[in-house]
Design a protein. Sequence first.
Length: 203
Amino acid sequence: RYREISTFGRGTIRAFASNSSEMKKLAARDFEDLLQCAIPTFEGLLSEPHNKRLMKLLYRTAEWHALAKLRMHTDGTLSILDELTVELGKLLRQFRDLTCSQFHTVELPREVSARTRRQIRQRAAATAPMPSPHPVPPAARSIPLEPTLPTATGLNLSTVKLHFLGDYVQHIRQFGTTDSYSTQIVCGHYYKYQIITYIDRSP
């Protein structure tokens, strides 16, 4: 369905890949395009009441994203964003407990391939004659190299990205809107600190 969505504007909505779940090295604009087109794409795929629950979750997610990206905030918009963050967390947990639990989901083919490669590296490190800088526990020696079938998986809410959603309002109040800074500032200060530390320690 994503592939059937036509482009919009000059770079606003770009053409999607034939298989959106297999897209790699996604940039922020790719996630934004996927979210903006998610409601018409997923509408009707699930039976009720799961479809209604999913549509509400996607709408609130898009609403939260729009508020978080505002280039000008007031106390009112920040209060709305704060309340919406709480509601979004409740909707995510509700979707996980009531909808995801009713469907059997497994790993994607690329996730199976990545897990297989990781197991091969662990087996090689465990059997290497030289000590590895990253020791492998003995349990890793018994891991099969080639999993026969994808393992069951579910919606994981214990991720750092979801954990930090609750900090957005506080950060906007303290540092300004999200378009005012990026991770480059943090990385620049980190590398500058490393250089200064190295110079201070030099004889």
